[in-house]
Design a protein around this ligand. Structure first.
Ligand SMILES: Cc1ncc(COP(=O)(O)O)c(C=O)c1O
Length: 382
């Protein structure tokens, strides 16, 4: 039998699948993978139910490949109303199968073999794979733990004549960092100086805590033309199974991304797009509550971990919390030990790094869980 593709042979099964399997085998409370263990809001379920009555013949067939216009229009209104950023629904917004497909299509649309892309480690694992599937190479600069600082001199040293893009994730998984205006301005200056595209993954845009505001990179002066903003419904509405996302970029970049999307998945589940067009338009009150609920969960889990003798980093955003390992074990060994001895599953973050070994000293918990689940986990940990 001939060999598999060289690109794929370097990929491994994701750590999430491994940990989830071990969590089930050991009947552990699963605070590993990033999704809620409770149903999405009833008002959204009602909208989904009414849209899934397939009397309207139109939504049984392929959706337009760029996405249902009504959804692109509601996404456009959201950027305008919340951030004063104008994206044309016709030419600058593309609906994709979740942010992950948006990241993949952006890499395929913009990168050539041997191009380099700067990622800030620890990073969401699809970045490196998408970069490599495009034949390009990921170069990492580190978000330092525990102070979440960035060495901007090092970041600039990562730029070479081959660098084409930088990937930013803000708010940041797994550290919970929310980038400040000063940091975003520095990234913008760097991108402009070296003529880089910036893919800005903002899937946790509505989860910022303690009065911190989410600042979209495209809203920074003179950045909109070079930024590809990606977000999705999964995290915001607590329904990661929906897999509806969007990519916002200037017309030329959007056109290239649409060409890749066309030959990748072609289009996204039609009735769900119709439903989420309505959901987004009605989401103002929900989004405020959503933030408050998760801030309470963050506070409850943070103080619970402290009482249990751990040293967590108080997340500024997202629904993840990094926690340092108390006994000198490496992250993978410690995670496995916690699953077996304490019946609590977390994620070892070292696989989200290319350079630094800081990730070996931490584990990541997801606190998007029912209060009972968090209480049980804390009881087991204490
Ligand atoms: C930073 C980041 N980006 C993207 C995604 C995936 O988003 P989607 O489910 O819309 O593909 C995740 C999911 O964990 C994530 O953490």
């Amino acid at each position: 039998m001939k060999e598999l593709s060289q690109k794929v042979s370097s990929f491994k099964d994701s750590i999430f699948a491994t940990i989830s399997r071990e969590a089930v085998e050991n009947q552990a409370v699963n605070l590993g993978q990033g999704f809620p263990d409770f149903p999405g809001p009833q008002w959204i379920i009602d909208i989904l139910k009414s849209t899934y009555h397939y009397e309207e013949n139109a939504s049984q067939q392929y959706a337009p490949f760029a996405g249902v216009l009504a959804l692109r229009e509601s996404v456009s209104r959201q950027y305008l109303n919340k951030y004063s950023i104008g994206y044309s629904p016709e030419d600058e917004i593309t609906i994709v199968n979740g942010a992950t497909e948006g990241i993949f299509c952006t890499c395929l649309a913009l990168l050539n073999p041997l191009d380099e892309v700067i990622v800030l480690e620890p990073f969401y694992d699809s970045y490196k794979s998408s970069i490599e599937l495009a034949g390009a190479k990921a170069i990492a600069s580190t978000i330092n733990l525990p102070d979440l600082s960035i060495d901007f001199d090092h970041l600039e040293k990562c730029v070479s004549s081959k660098t084409k893009m930088l990937i930013l994730n803000n708010p940041h998984n797994p550290t919970g960092k929310v980038f400040t205006l000063e940091e975003l301005s520095k990234i913008s200056i760097l991108a402009q100086k070296h003529d880089l595209y910036v893919l800005s993954d903002e899937v946790y845009e509505f989860l910022t805590f303690d009065e911190r505001a989410h600042l979209p990179l495209a809203g920074i002066k003179e950045m909109k033309e070079r930024v590809i903003t990606i977000s999705s419904v999964g995290k915001t509405f607590g329904m990661t199974g929906m897999k509806i996302g969007w990519v916002c970029a200037n017309e030329k970049i959007s056109h290239a991304i649409r060409l890749v999307h066309q030959f990748n998945t072609f289009s996204v589940h039609h009735p769900s797009q119709v439903a989420f067009a309505k959901v987004i338009d009605q989401s103002d009150y929900y989004l405020q509550q959503f933030k408050e609920t998760y801030q309470q969960k963050r506070d409850f889990f943070f103080s619970g971990l402290q009482k249990a003798g751990f040293s967590p980093l108080k997340s500024e955003g997202t629904y993840f919390m990094m926690c340092s390992i108390p006994n000198g074990l490496d992250d993978v060994t410690f995670c496995r030990e916690l699953i077996k001895s304490k019946k609590v599953a977390s994620i070892p973050p070292s696989s989200f790094y290319l350079n630094s070994d800081q990730g070996k000293k931490y584990i990541r918990f997801c606190f998007a869980k029912k209060d009972e689940t968090l209480s049980l986990a804390l009881k087991n940990l204490s």
